[in-house]
Design a protein around this ligand. Structure first.
Ligand SMILES: Nc1ncnc2c1ncn2[C@@H]1O[C@H](COP(=O)(O)OP(=O)(O)OP(=O)(O)O)[C@@H](O)[C@H]1O
Ligand SMILES: [Mg+2]
Length: 457
């Protein structure tokens, strides 16, 4: 029989020396590292010193006995697979062991093949649960790393991230404000080979030109007034990790030139210094500007644009992925709980309003709206009154705007309003199949007013 015990650490606790020897003789030749304990207490000490991959406990041994030990482990949240040694005729003991969360049991007298097989299964189980835990940790534990959305445009983003995360390629993330550019930069880093290294974000729009240069590249002592000591720049701090250059479109021509050099030669100098430093970083940049347009207008170096745009990830505006809004709302309700309680519920009416909103500020604006609504509703049911949406920005009003824009120069205002009113009355009447009362209700006026306005026409 072939086994894969190699590298597995097995702890055996039993007060009978011959049993310890027997199990050791079965497991060690297959590659397992065996640790032994002669009492429950010794087993606990061994567990504290090193967590094994599998534990084997005898039910009867100096305290604590095998079942008590198992209970203690589970209470401490240690979930390694535990095998319990029972006499084969003791079915009640076996049942109790399984109820307490034993992985399996080994019946005496021992069958070496069966033991090997059971330990091997337990080890494999252990490896699998570890792997699942690792993956969970990697993908979901840090809320900063969760990208929500299943729509087509987001699927496209995920594919791109998957394709480029592993390489060191420079990535330019584009998209409107609040679409998640920084979040994507972070996710890229967390899924790259540099994930153990630092992720350094620099907002290039936040600092004036000279300060930005020393922020990025550092400076030597005395490089300028106020440079009291040598200072490492962000490129140095990001060594072995990633640097995120946010708002790259705002960078001055001089700094653009220096950035171009970093990207071309992977070297830079501190401000006021001449030592050539190596840039061991992956560069991720973001902008909500059209850099090609910037290049055409002479504000942005075209060569730098191409160096940055090796891979482009374009973030869709929220209005291009309306389907994702309920998922995002759900996510933000969980993220922003009121006083640490349950995620707040939301009314259908509020949900509908949120889904029909145009969201010029994209996901960030949606998140802010939800966060504020949770507070206004004090953790209770969120209704439309808690959303405080800027009414001029609803999809409905945008549609109205674009329709009206075409009418702007068609006729003088009084005439236009007359026509509009007449048209709306007729439309409502048509919709309601000639029922005046219903048409009036649809327009939110009384039937008497409806009739009088109609007869005016
Ligand atoms: N797909 C998403 N899933 C979950 N949260 C998101 C998503 N997109 C954005 N967010 C959240 O929305 C907020 C804004 O995102 P982020 O700061 O990444 O946007 P941005 O594109 O960098 O905006 P700006 O251009 O204004 O800097 C953050 O709190 C972020 O966590
Ligand atoms: Mg940003």
């Amino acid at each position: 029989m072939t086994t894969t015990l190699a590298g597995g650490v097995v702890l055996i606790a039993d007060d009978e020396e011959p049993i310890l020897d027997l199990l050791r003789d079965i497991l060690e030749p297959e590659g397992a590292s065996v640790r032994t304990a002669r009492s429950g207490r010794e087993a606990l000490a061994a567990l504290e010193a090193e967590e094994p991959d599998v534990a084997i406990f005898d039910v009867r041994m100096p305290p604590p006995d095998g079942l008590t030990l198992l209970k203690t482990l589970r209470e401490r949240g240690i979930d390694l697979p535990v095998l319990i040694i029972t006499a084969q005729d003791s079915s009640t003991m076996t049942i109790e062991a399984m109820q307490r969360g034993a992985y399996d049991y080994l019946g005496k007298p021992f069958d070496p093949d069966e033991i090997l097989h059971t330990v091997q299964r337990a080890l494999e189980h252990r490896r699998l649960t570890r792997r699942v835990l690792d993956l969970e940790r990697q993908f979901s534990q840090d809320p900063r790393d969760i990208l929500i959305g299943r729509s087509g445009p987001m699927q496209h983003v995920y594919k791109l991230i998957g394709r480029v995360a592993g390489s060191d390629a420079t990535v330019l993330i584009t998209g409107e404000s609040g679409t998640g550019k920084e979040l994507v930069a972070h996710v890229l880093h967390r899924n790259s080979a540099r994930r153990e290294g630092p992720f350094i974000a620099v907002n290039c729009a936040a600092l004036p030109e000279t300060l930005l240069e020393s922020e990025l590249f550092g400076h030597e002592k005395g490089a300028f007034t106020g440079a009291m000591a040598q200072r490492k720049g962000r490129f140095e701090q990001a060594a072995k990790g990633s640097i995120f250059l946010d708002e790259i479109g705002e960078v001055s021509p001089t700094t653009q030139k220096k950035l171009l050099r970093v990207l071309q030669e992977r070297t830079f100098e501190r401000v006021g210094g001449n030592a050539l430093l190596k840039a061991n970083v992956r560069v991720i940049a973001a902008t909500n500007r059209d850099l090609i347009e910037g290049a055409r207008a002479g504000n942005f170096r075209e060569d730098l644009y191409y160096r940055l745009n090796v891979v482009n990830i374009h973030m869709p505006a929220l209005r291009e992925r309306n389907d994702d809004i309920p998922l995002l709302i759900d996510h933000f309700l969980r993220k922003h709980r009121f006083g640490g309680g349950e995620a707040a519920p939301i009314s259908d009416a509020a949900m509908e309003l949120l889904q029909n909103h145009a969201w010029p500020g994209n996901v960030r604006q949606l998140e802010n709206t939800i966060e504020r609504a949770v507070v206004l509703a004090q953790g209770g049911l969120i209704g439309p009154e808690h959303l405080l949406l800027d009414r001029t920005l609803t999809v409905h009003e945008q549609m109205l705007d674009s329709a009206l824009a075409r009418l702007l120069t068609v006729a003088p205002l009084p005439q236009l309003l007359e026509e509009l009113r007449a048209r709306l009355l007729t439309l409502a009447l048509e919709r309601c199949h000639g029922d005046r009362a219903a048409a009036a209700r649809m327009l939110g006026i009384s039937e008497a007013l409806f009739t009088s306005v109609m007869s005016d026409e």
